[in-house]
Write a protein that binds this ligand. Structure first.
Ligand code: COA
Length: 177
């Protein structure tokens, strides 16, 4: 019968004592109810979740960085120590290390997301082995939505109520008025 190595048990105890911190990166242009679902579920799994907006110079977002941060913050009654909203212009793994986060959370909507997410997770692992990627299946209700499809629908006057938080729906309506 194999016996457990007492040294590795000690390590496990030390790790368990540390707060578990996860980063949830994305463009969030804008945040949708699908993203919110992932954030809330991640908060049940980790002591602290940092939602981090990745600033990508190759993307031309509809909403400013400040707007996108505010939209996320407004989804929660109070943004306390357990949830933070931030941004980075650099690598997500570097951000994670700076903030003592050992996990990157990503949501998977459908099989079509897998290829991209697989590449991203492997690249991040290649860049920094101390940071693991964990995938959460997107809630079934949000499986078909994306920030782009919601923006398109809003632009054409479609009803996007229930797909994004109310304040985001209002901002989209104003943007395309
Ligand atoms: N519900 C609804 N929509 C979801 C979703 C969910 N649970 N999860 C993802 N999506 C949608 C988003 O709305 C977005 O839609 P869009 O393309 O229409 O805007 C799309 O899926 C992709 O979203 P997002 O999660 O924001 O990822 P991204 O591809 O914009 O950004 C980063 C990916 C930010 C994680 C990645 O580019 C990154 O890590 N950048 C920093 C630099 C770096 O570290 N690179 C790694 C080495 S290559």
């Amino acid at each position: 019968m194999p016996t457990e190595n007492p040294k590795s048990l000690n390590l496990a105890h030390q790790q368990a004592a540390r707060p578990s911190i996860a980063v949830y990166p994305g463009t969030f242009d804008p945040i949708t109810n699908g993203h919110l679902d992932i954030i809330k579920r991640a908060m049940c799994l980790f002591d602290k979740v940092i939602v981090v907006i990745a600033v990508n110079p190759n993307k031309a977002p509809l909403f400013s960085l400040e707007n996108r941060i505010a939209f996320i913050q407004q989804c929660f009654d109070s943004v306390d120590d357990r949830l933070q909203v931030s941004f980075t212009e650099g690598l997500i793994v570097d951000f994670a290390l700076r903030h003592k986060a050992g996990t990157i959370i990503r949501g998977l909507r459908a099989l079509s997301d897998f290829d991209y997410e697989f590449q991203l997770a492997l690249m991040n692992r290649r860049l920094e082995r101390k940071v693991e990627t964990i995938f959460l299946m997107t809630g079934f209700r949000w499986i078909y939505i994306s920030s782009t499809s919601i923006k398109e629908a809003a632009k054409c006057g479609g009803n996007i109520a229930g797909l994004v938080p109310d304040h985001v729906a209002k901002a989209l309506k104003e943007k395309f008025a």
